[in-house]
Write a new protein. Structure first.
Length: 435
């Protein structure tokens, strides 16, 4: 991906090597969107109670958010090819901040579709940040260490997702989640919804301020020496279609679909799951705080994974983690009480390395096609829109415990992808070995 001459951001080229300042800034991007994204898990029980929604209906929050990845991934790849890493990051931060600010009118209107619109705009900015940051950080060092470097960045993403649910539980769920329409007059229902809706806006306004500050920092760093260049090849339908003969990339996109769908489904239902009398019977705020341990497990696992992936084939690590997540989801589904709660929370530990490992495995050796490959992989995040809807529909029909079978099936698909890539790598080693 590097080339001779300056890139579009005006930074000189050179062989990829670790640049601490740039690496730190991009890592902070991972933290920022992780914190913002995971607040949606806190919104799910709040909006469900606020607007008296079914599980399938409230999963439209995740659908609206993750649909943005599908809609904006190709334009994001086009933008990355045209304006480069720094300006792409700045634009993504500004759009994401504007989406956060839309929670102010959404809270004032206190109507469900207004929150969906705010989430969709937020997703547009985060999609651009994902398309920019994942290949950016992969290029800020050697090819050999790209797996561990991307996993390390995802660990800081997990730091944001660990802190986010706790903050969200305190600011959003502290006053409870239920508005009882059968006990109130229409005027009282409207007043209660307006009052409760305003508890949602504060964390997103704080995020917006931080994002504008981060965009300003990128503006001042836009001419930093040593930034890798971006291929001028634009992400377009014909270029994406040309990637169809790369099975590792195409199957990796599907694996991203399955992984994000499973992870988001579990995070979305976990608060309500832990509130059930058959599990822990907790209050909304206490249950919401425990979601931090789910995402915290992912953070710990990514720091461990950054080391493990230096010594074990990434495909084997991915397959092994997928086996454990499948077993834990099944254990939680068929048990009750503390066992059900702990096994579901523990899924986060083994989720840890999945996204960065799948992304790195699928995008290896794409060369000038990396922006298009990145855009395609980010499109796979639309699984966070589709799979939670299926999970919600199953929950409405059979209960939350049975709904855990949906993410369990997704993890089986990820296990197959991990074993396949490991076997493929083994065949390549055998071919390259001297006779």
């Amino acid at each position: 991906m590097t080339s001779q001459g300056p890139d579009v951001d005006g930074a000189p080229d050179g062989q990829p090597h670790t640049r601490p300042l740039l690496l730190g800034m991009v890592v902070f991007l991972f933290f920022a969107w992780g914190f913002a994204t995971v607040l949606i898990d806190t919104l799910v029980p709040k909006l469900k109670g606020l607007f008296s929604l079914s599980y399938a209906e409230v999963m439209l929050t995740q659908f609206s958010f993750f649909l943005g990845y599908f809609v904006f991934s190709i334009p994001a790849g086009f933008i990355l090819s045209r304006i480069g890493y720094f300006r792409g990051a700045m634009l993504g931060l500004v759009v994401m901040a504007c989406g956060c600010l839309l929670f102010i009118p959404a809270a004032a209107l206190a109507v469900f579709p207004a929150f969906l619109l705010a989430l969709f705009v937020m997703a547009a900015g985060i999609t651009l940040l994902q398309v920019v940051a994942n290949p950016f950080i992969a290029e800020l060092g050697t090819v050999e260490s790209s797996h561990s470097r991307l996993t390390l960045a995802q660990a800081f993403n997990s730091l944001g997702t660990t802190i986010g649910p706790w903050v969200g539980a305190v600011l959003i769920l502290r006053t409870g989640v239920a508005v009882h329409p059968h006990q109130l007059s229409p005027a009282a229902i409207a007043a209660a919804r307006h009052a409760e809706a305003h508890s949602v806006e504060l964390p997103f306004v704080i995020i917006a301020v931080a994002l504008f500050a981060l965009a300003t920092a990128f503006w001042f760093l836009r001419r930093s020496a040593g930034a890798p260049s971006v291929s001028a090849q634009m992400a377009r339908l014909s270029a994406l279609w040309a990637l169809r003969d790369r099975p590792r990339l195409m199957l990796g996109t599907f694996a991203i679909f399955l992984y994000v769908g499973a992870e988001v489904s579990i995070g979305s239902i976990m608060t309500n799951y832990l509130m059930q009398p058959s599990v822990l019977g907790l209050s909304p705020e206490r249950a919401g705080k425990l979601v931090s341990f789910y995402w915290g497990g992912a953070m710990v696992g990514r720091f461990i994974g950054a080391f493990v992936l230096r010594h074990i084939r990434p495909g084997l690590v991915l397959a092994g983690c997928a086996v454990f997540t499948t077993l834990l989801a099944l254990i939680s589904s068929f048990t009750t009480g503390a066992v059900a709660a702990v096994s579901l929370i523990a899924v986060g530990l083994f989720n840890s390395i999945m996204f960065p490992t799948i992304f790195a495995l699928a995008s290896e050796n794409l060369g000038d096609e990396t922006p298009n490959g990145s855009a395609l992989l980010i499109m796979g995040i639309v699984g966070g829109a589709i799979v939670p809807l299926i999970t919600g529909a199953v929950a409405d029909r059979t209960g939350l415990s049975a709904a855990l079978l949906v993410p369990a099936i997704c993890y089986i698909g990820i296990c197959i992808y991990g074993w396949w890539t490991a076997a493929q790598f083994g065949r390549q080693e055998a071919i390259q070995a001297p006779s």
